[in-house]
Design a binder for this molecule. Structure first.
Ligand SMILES: [Ca+2]
Length: 344
């Protein structure tokens, strides 16, 4: 394969995280299937284990009887404290997806979600450093020796040698600020962090339920319909035309300090933009029963929330229903995570 073809295929593979919303979207999505032989999993010996795809919220049939609300923890039980840095997301029934959204956000299916705690912001570089120093953990990007970075000048993805969580765009571009979301962490790295912290990654339905304020709010964003309100940007995203023009009106070309944008009614921040966030589910079309899904090496994990790379003409991932996916060993410079915790 010619070098230019390799670059193009890699672009298609990892740019799934910023798919266009135009007619060309379906072309890009289907073309990305051809690029799966570039997936990281083909470079490692241990393919994903054949295991069930984990916890899933039950669907709520349209004609079914809703569950008893006390089972869903619609309020925080008396005497239970909210862990530091987290908020309580009340349980309830949320219609996941959007009737007017992209094909991958449909069909809309109601799910019942038990109340849980969620980190207010994505995990920061400083927090991840604490984990690494305590455990000696080595991320997958460090083991590979490179990680995916987007070249803003050429509009292409490439594997940047030496890029990892401390230097998301490589050592020559300086360290990641401690109060920014940690990036270049794979799904597996994120999982390891959450486990160390006594937490877990959110399911996709939990993430959307939280973004819909635990109340099935149907607005485009957690706070309403507009991302620019009263002269203020509510998220760190891409202004201009992706990928070659970024007017930086929100003040940030790459990541921004966590919590700087978009506080939601529940008190969560950065639920739109800044970095995509890993969820625990495999990235599957809605409407399929995931309980029997057997992951393949090219199977992807869900990411939510959009990033500083998204603009409305090409990617609208920072809407509450926006979703994307990447293989679980992949590190990207616009992907991070936050953890959740069960109410015991
Ligand atoms: Ca920005």
């Amino acid at each position: 394969m010619k070098p230019i073809s390799v670059v193009y295929m890699l672009l298609l593979a990892v740019c799934w995280a910023c798919q266009p919303t135009s007619e060309s979207a379906s072309h890009v999505v289907s073309a990305s299937d051809e690029s799966l032989d570039l997936s990281r999993t083909h470079a490692v010996k241990n393919t994903p284990a054949r295991m069930p795809s984990g916890h899933h919220e039950p669907e709520v049939a349209a004609t079914g009887k809703p569950p008893a609300t006390e089972d869903l923890l619609t309020t925080l039980p008396e005497g239970v404290a909210v862990p530091e840095g987290m908020v309580f997301v009340p349980g309830g029934i949320t219609a996941v997806g959007a009737e007017d959204g992209l094909a991958r956000e449909q069909p809309v299916i109601a799910r019942q979600i038990r109340g849980f705690f969620m980190d207010i912001t994505p995990v920061t570089v400083a927090q991840f450093r604490e984990f690494v120093q305590a455990t000696g953990y080595v991320t997958q990007a460090e083991k590979y020796g490179d990680a995916a970075v987007f070249n803003m000048e050429t509009g292409e993805w490439y594997l940047h040698k030496g890029a990892y969580w401390e230097f998301p765009r490589g050592p020559e571009n300086g360290p990641a600020p401690p109060d920014h979301p940690v990036t270049q962490v794979s799904y597996n790295d994120a999982l390891a962090y959450c486990k160390w912290a006594g937490k877990r990654l959110p399911t996709e339905a939990e993430w959307e339920h939280a973004a819909r304020n635990g109340s099935n709010s149907r607005s485009k964003y957690s706070w309403g319909e507009e991302i620019f309100q009263n002269g203020v940007f509510k998220a760190n995203f891409w202004q201009g035309h992706f990928p070659l023009e970024n007017t930086l009106e929100d003040g940030f070309e790459f990541t921004s300090p966590v919590g700087a944008f978009g506080e939601t009614p529940l008190g969560l921040k950065d639920m739109s933009g800044n970095v995509w966030e890993w969820c625990s589910d495999w990235y599957l079309p809605y409407g399929n029963d995931p309980s029997h899904f057997i992951p393949k090496p090219e199977s992807e994990k869900v990411m939510r929330g959009g990033s500083f790379m998204c603009d409305p003409s090409y990617c609208w991932g920072y809407r509450v229903s926006g979703r994307s996916g990447t293989t679980p060993e992949t590190g990207l410079f616009h992907v991070g995570f936050r953890c959740v915790k069960d109410v015991e």
